[in-house]
Write a protein that binds this ligand. Sequence first.
Ligand SMILES: *Cc1c(COP(=O)(O)O)cnc(C)c1O
Length: 390
Amino acid sequence: MDWHLECSDCGLIASADGLPSVCTACGRPWLVRYPERVHSTIERAEVRRRHGMWRYRSFMPLGVNEEPISLGEGDTPLLRLPRLERQLGFSNLWVKDEATNPTGAFKARGLSAALTRAVAAGATRFTIPTAGNAGVASAAYAARAGAQVRVYAPRTTPRTILSQITAFGAELVLLDGHIGDCGKASRAYAAESGAMDLSTLREPYRIEGKKTLGLELALQFGWELPDAILYPTGGGTGLIGMWKAFLELREAGWVTSPMPRFYTVQSTGCAPMVRAFDSGADSAEPWADPWTIASGLRVPGPLGDKLMLRILRESGGGAVAVTDEVMAELAATGTRAEGVDWSPEGGAALAAAVMLRDRGEIAASDRVVVFNTGAGWLYRTPEDLLGPIV
Ligand SMILES: *Cc1c(COP(=O)(O)O)cnc(C)c1O
């Protein structure tokens, strides 16, 4: 491997051999560093001719003769939203529609990368706590790798998501409580069984998969970066991944635009990052009794809190909380107006765009990218939509 690990908080350097988890000195997440990689302008041109998230090979944790565990993740559409621009008062509004990934959410990117490295290091059994979509993606990618995964999910997870987890053959364990409770159970199971724990930021490669969100955005905008990014945030891998992508692209000379402003979007029912940002803290206190219909945002105590707060502040961005009512309304509006299947999380990001514009933090003319991180259908059942069939 021509890369190593660096702690995102204390800066400790370590080898990436074996199955790394978190920093062995301070317990914070590792970041992957590739000091020996060359990123030529010839490669930048070649990237256009390749496909999927692994097209950015020189930025990815893959050896020369290795093949990734892939289901065709990435290459999701970046769509201008002309009707929503008129309805909501913007002139350069875009959605990065992650609903078109395998398994219907951007979790596919992270788990493709994590499973690729873990299987290369010899792992065959996995465990993961999830608020929903990571469970579906881990089930699908474990199946693709011929491996076993146990998924711990809250009993209140949308039923369609739970049914997808079992459809891909994972062993599903339902618990009362939230993803933090599932994390404890998953770590206990990992310790007793030897299964590898794939939790957000407890292994370094899900960030590398999510990094392709940023690499792709840059490619799709012709190697320019937008002004503002609105990211529905749970554990924060996507936010951290995109920030890492833009730093690496700028360092490689592939991009010269300034860093976009990053905005974290959460639910008023679970907003630990927003509370920490607003109070000027440099870490987030866990949120008591988290609840939101946007299950991907129901993460009361994210491990990447310090790094995220640094990114929000250094980029000149911020953090906003949206009520479940408003996110559901905006998701429905977006779905009808543009034919994009907005999840509640994506609806939250759309609602946040309006709030931030009203507050004057985003200009109507800014190039704004809203992330629709998953598909709306994952949160619906036919009964919800049609009512009782008579
Ligand atoms: C997991 C998830 C999120 C939160 O993503 P993080 O990178 O963990 O912050 C947002 N939306 C959806 C649909 C998700 O599944």
